[in-house]
Design a protein around this ligand. Structure first.
Ligand SMILES: [Ca+2]
Ligand SMILES: [Ca+2]
Length: 420
């Protein structure tokens, strides 16, 4: 049964990819590609071969042996043909767009009294809600949020952002020689340097679901209020990014010591560079939690990425409805490809300029699972395989989630964290 598409427009705020178009052209009449090379091909050699084929080499995506390149439209066919003949080249693909739709509040659940009451009622059935109301908070491992960044000055997030103290902020140099310039408060993979300062709001909302302090009134309380979050920005104020940016951000997160990564965004196109970044995370034992998407679709038939990459360190998360029993009408699902649901309707969390908002989406559901993974990690020290197994084996099962998720269940935060 397919959930009606109209619900999406009515309810939704978040994610939904477009993948059919290349991302930004470097200049008018040009197009951007990502070129993967062999592990034995150094940066200088790779950039030389790209130039020889007629391309203009841009910032590489380190860690996955990939290079961004800009090419004039008129030369693209010859460029691609030349690279495909070169045995040092593993793949050539367009640098695809990743996009968040403009943020909007679902009217019935904004910061209205009705919305808050409804959220509070929902929380009664939401085990994560109990965790939020509890004065105690679990210890949590480092978790990265790959998104639009974070409001670094938000009062409720004070002390929650993992700062790179070996880096001097804003001096234009890579002081700690980790390959990234001015990555002090996270990293901006969109601009290629500097902090992950949020200019959209979406990333700040996601970070708050994981780590926001309890300010007593807003019910915008994080599940891991001691967590150190590594924000990695790859989407701009309009919620626009690229798959090469997603890949670079994931690699950065792993290198910065994240053991869990949250990816609340989607694109409809599979790219090798993103796959390679997730495989790199897997090789380091890192679990990646990905939003299933908000199109009301069956992901088994219409896959969205990164959720659908066939890697066992990737967990796809659907959103549950306001009553927190069944699936939200906007949520994608997948009997074979979506692992579980989590609370994702009318979720209050942090926003830009110290603000708060209520939002609905699988973007809001994924970070609840990421928070659970970070709490389990801190307690048990497991790598992705056991983290994943623990979360999936402790879900609250419900008949309405049959044929919607592989577990027929939704996140049970307490059980996931506490069950031995
Ligand atoms: Ca650095
Ligand atoms: Ca610096």
């Amino acid at each position: 049964m397919k959930v009606a598409q109209w619900v999406v427009g009515a309810l939704l705020s978040v994610v939904a990819g477009v993948g059919a178009t290349p991302a930004h052209a470097a200049q008018p009449g040009a197009v951007r590609y990502v070129v993967g090379v062999g592990a034995d091909v150094g940066v200088a050699e790779a950039q030389a071969l790209l130039r020889a084929a007629g391309g203009e080499a841009r910032r590489p995506v380190t860690g996955v042996f990939a290079h961004r390149v800009s090419i004039r439209l008129a030369r693209r066919d010859a460029f691609v043909a030349a690279l495909r003949r070169d045995p040092r080249v593993r793949y050539v693909e367009l640098d695809r767009a990743v996009r968040l739709p403009p943020s909007e509040l679902p009217r019935a659940t904004g910061d209205t009294a009705e919305g808050l009451t409804r959220s509070a009622r929902t929380a009664e059935r939401d085990v994560a809600g109990k965790v939020r109301r509890s004065p105690a908070t679990p210890k949590c491992a480092r978790v990265a949020v790959v998104d639009t960044g974070v409001d670094l000055d938000h009062p409720a997030l004070r002390g929650r952002v993992a700062l790179n103290r070996a880096e001097t902020r804003g001096n234009g140099r890579d002081d700690d020689h980790n390959g990234y310039v001015d990555d002090y408060g996270g990293y901006d993979a969109h601009g290629g340097r500097g902090d992950a300062e949020d200019t959209n709001g979406h990333g700040t909302h996601v970070v708050g679901i994981i780590a926001a302090a309890n300010n007593g009134k807003r019910r915008a309380v994080g599940l891991c209020r001691t967590a150190q979050v590594i924000p990695v920005r790859f989407m701009d104020s309009q919620g626009l990014g690229t798959t090469s940016g997603s890949a670079e951000a994931i690699v950065y997160a792993v290198q910065a010591g994240a053991t869990v990564i949250n990816c609340s965004y989607t694109t409809s196109t599979r790219t090798q560079v993103e796959y390679d970044a997730l495989a790199f995370a897997r090789s380091r034992g890192v679990l990646v939690v990905a939003a299933a998407g908000n199109a009301g679709n069956d992901n088994d038939r219409v896959p969205v990425y990164p959720a659908a990459h066939p890697l066992d360190n990737v967990v796809a998360v659907a959103a549950s409805s306001y009553d927190n029993i069944g699936l939200a009408p906007f949520s994608n699902w997948g009997r074979r490809t979506v692992a579980l649901a989590a609370a994702g309707s009318g979720i209050n969390s942090t926003w830009l300029r110290g603000g708060y908002r209520s939002m609905s989406g699988t973007s809001m559901a994924a970070p609840a699972v990421a928070a659970a993974a970070a709490a389990i990690k801190a307690r048990r020290g497991w790598k992705y395989g056991k983290l994943r197994a623990q979360i999936l084996s402790t879900v609250s099962r419900h008949a309405t989630l049959r044929d919607r998720t592989t577990t027929t269940g939704r996140l049970n935060f307490e059980r996931a964290v506490n069950t031995s």
